[in-house]
Ligand binder design. Structure first.
Ligand SMILES: [Zn+2]
Length: 414
């Protein structure tokens, strides 16, 4: 028989589940199960059975279980869902970061130095780097992460990148269109043909998603459309890097193609905000439709750019996710708590909005109906903070508050 675990005396249980106290949409479309808006239960308990949550409610009504854990008033949250990360690479670029902090600007071309290091690395070296970052993420409360290719940029090196990513996560993204590699300088068209042809053929079997860096210095909107539609024809779902360095047409393309997410969204026009608001997924549509605006404040921190205007997106009705963009160039952080702190301090999100965006928002950006919330039926991915409320993630920035992590019902050693 499957073992059950009761976690009781939880000071604050963030559920993101319709019907729980504080749920704005208690009677809304999400009522009756699954993911909803931000919600929590004070003085709560929950029960895990196998890899699932089977019960949540008031602490004094917690049912008997095989084993019990005393939370002693700590807060429990859904595990973080990091829906944007680049973890298959070799080398590092701290000198470039230092130069930027000394006043030099950021350009998309810096990616090429990581491409050279990645091509020169063995599979074992790339795997070790990926595992180190995945462990780092888990220790900080990330229980689901997406992982992109994009530092190989040959058929062989992109294929091994997605294969290595698939060893670590189900959420694998083919990003052959990250930057035009040096050997195709001046002939982007030929490179796009490779990305949407033989490289896609080699990568599609290992990937769920297709992505393009649609930006000045990377790929135009027409090139992005060509790559994403080719990916769709192979059963991949689009997501896109858009409007990181300046205004562009990437957000409109994301909505036009039904991409799961438009990522960065730092320089948006009014029309972009309207389009994202119109395409906002309803929480109950996690498996099917809608375009999320995924904000990556680690990238603005690491490039000293203005932060995206989260308030404008939220007030318009867009669905916002937060993710790390973990990569060795622009955002070498694996910490969702750090991104939450930035979002609250510098992007004018409330702590509740930021925590929702880092959990349920990420789940919607990955079209996952099983993570990002804590209610019967959800995967038992949860974190216990060494703090009484989720607000502490922004109130005590830089402090390792993640006390315990359960992933698929398994308590992680620490
Ligand atoms: Zn990225």
């Amino acid at each position: 028989m499957t073992k059950s675990v009761l976690i009781n005396r939880i000071g604050e249980l963030v559920t993101n589940a319709p019907g729980d106290a504080g749920a704005a949409d208690a009677a809304g479309p999400g009522a009756g199960g699954g993911l909803g808006r931000f919600a929590l239960i004070n003085d709560a308990a929950l029960v895990i059975e196998g890899d699932r949550i089977v019960w949540t409610g008031p602490s004094d009504r917690g049912p008997a279980a095989d084993e019990s854990v005393d939370a002693a008033g700590r807060a429990v949250l859904p595990g973080f869902v990091d829906s944007h990360a680049h973890l298959v690479f070799a080398g590092e670029r701290s000198a470039e970061f230092a130069a930027r902090m000394a006043g030099r600007g950021y350009a998309a071309g810096g990616i090429r130095s990581t491409v050279a290091a990645t091509r020169a690395a063995t599979d074992a070296e790339l795997r070790a780097g990926l595992r180190r970052l995945a462990a780092e993420m888990l220790a900080q409360g990330t229980t689901t992460f997406e992982c992109k290719s994009g530092y190989g940029l040959t058929v062989e090196d992109e294929a091994r990148s997605v294969a290595l990513a698939a060893e670590a996560t189900d959420e694998v993204t083919y990003l052959g269109a990250h930057v035009v590699p040096a050997e195709f300088e001046g002939d982007a068209g030929a490179y796009v043909d490779l990305v949407r042809g033989p490289m896609l053929d080699a990568c599609a079997p290992h990937a769920r998603w297709v992505d393009v860096f649609c930006e000045r210095g990377a790929f135009s909107v027409d090139e992005a459309r060509a790559v994403l539609t080719a990916g769709q024809a192979r059963g991949l779902i689009p997501r896109i890097h858009a409007s990181q360095l300046g205004p562009g047409e990437g957000v409109q393309l994301a909505v036009e193609l039904g991409a799961a997410s438009a990522d960065h969204c730092t320089f948006l026009t009014d029309a972009d905000v309207d389009a994202l608001a119109g395409a906002a997924p309803s929480p109950t549509s996690a498996g099917t439709a809608g375009t999320v605006a995924t904000l990556l404040p680690g990238a603005e921190f690491g490039t000293r750019q203005p932060y995206p205007d989260a308030r404008r997106l939220l007030d318009a009705g867009a669905t916002v996710a937060l993710a790390t963009d973990c990569n060795p160039g622009s955002s070498y952080t694996s910490s969702m708590p750090f991104c939450i702190a930035l979002a609250v301090r510098d992007m004018h999100m409330t702590a509740s909005e930021a925590v929702w965006a880092a959990t349920a928002g990420g789940a919607l950006a990955l079209r996952r109906g099983d993570v990002g919330y804590l209610a019967p039926g959800a995967r038992a991915d949860l974190i216990m903070l060494d703090a009484p409320s989720h607000t502490y993630l922004a109130y005590r920035p830089g402090v390792p508050l993640v006390h315990d992590v359960w992933q698929s019902g398994m308590r992680q050693p620490h």
